[in-house]
Design a protein around this ligand. Structure first.
Ligand SMILES: [Fe+2]
Length: 268
């Protein structure tokens, strides 16, 4: 398996390239128009054939390149049902298999963020990964208050579909605002605060109570929690971190100016 993750800084979003290393067949999941050049570069460098471009859902906050890639490369343009796309060449339903060479990517319908939200699940050589779109984010979940979002459906998708995957399954979301890049089903089950609720009512209440007014993040509705405060008075007295004695001090930061020859520390 060839698996690559691309990050777009402007929209805090991920795109994934998945390919069969034997046949060199590849798919792009959640590609962005502004990053097309980067995908083309990697596909050409690795000698891959782009068989399909896939949207995990209709995006509010990013410009999908699926249609463009279809016209540019002649690859399939895949979206999930229900969908009235005029350009999609294939509309998948729950359980459908998207073949990538010898690999079988399973489409799992996980509505809630949008009605057409899907996750893509792959088992390979005793391992597994799932691309969760904006349904399950790392330590968070996608907002369910836009368009055809539905928090109740999202809870069912999370608990009945995604959390039933093997615990060791690697989790790759479509967005992250904190610098997380990867998780596992086990980690999310334990540490995702939004999954620590007992039932669908509690989840809907939790989502309802989130303060979303003025929030410009289109796929998530709350900013990350502040770093935990020191728990003991001893820890609260800001610890002194000693500089190793054998390393000379680096020059003071000069905003964004690249270091001059003189400013480069001698140990560099
Ligand atoms: Fe989204």
């Amino acid at each position: 398996v060839i698996f690559r993750q691309f990050f777009n800084y402007a929209s805090h979003s991920f795109t994934y390239l998945l390919a069969d290393s034997e046949t060199l067949s590849a798919v792009l999941i959640d590609p962005l128009i502004e990053n097309n050049g980067q995908y083309v570069e990697l596909i050409n460098e690795l000698g891959l054939t782009l068989e399909a471009a896939i949207d995990t859902h209709s995006h509010n906050s990013r410009s999908s390149a699926v249609e463009v890639l279809h016209h540019l490369w002649g690859c399939q343009a895949i979206v999930g049902s229900p969908n009235n796309s005029e350009w999609a060449t294939r509309i998948v339903s729950d359980g459908d298999i998207i073949e990538v060479g010898e690999l079988a990517l399973k489409a799992i319908h996980t509505p809630g963020h949008t009605a057409d939200s899907y996750s893509c699940y792959l088992e390979y050589k005793g391992d597994s990964l799932v691309l969760t779109g904006d349904t399950l984010l790392i330590r968070s979940t996608g907002r369910a208050d836009l368009d055809d979002g539905d928090a109740g459906q999202q809870y069912q998708s999370l608990v009945e579909k995604l959390l039933t995957l093997p615990e060791a399954t690697h989790v790759y979301p479509a967005h992250d605002y904190r610098g997380w890049a990867k998780s596992t089903i086990s980690e999310e089950r334990q540490f995702n605060r939004r999954l620590q609720v007992n039932d669908v009512v509690a989840y809907c209440n939790l989502m309802d109570e989130l303060n979303i007014s003025g929030n410009t993040l289109m796929d998530e509705v709350e900013l990350p929690p502040p770093s935990p405060l020191p728990s003991s008075p001893a820890a609260a007295t800001s610890p002194v971190i000693e500089k190793p004695k054998d390393i000379p001090a680096a020059p003071p930061a000069q905003d964004d100016t690249p270091p001059t020859e003189e400013a480069v520390p001698s140990w560099r």
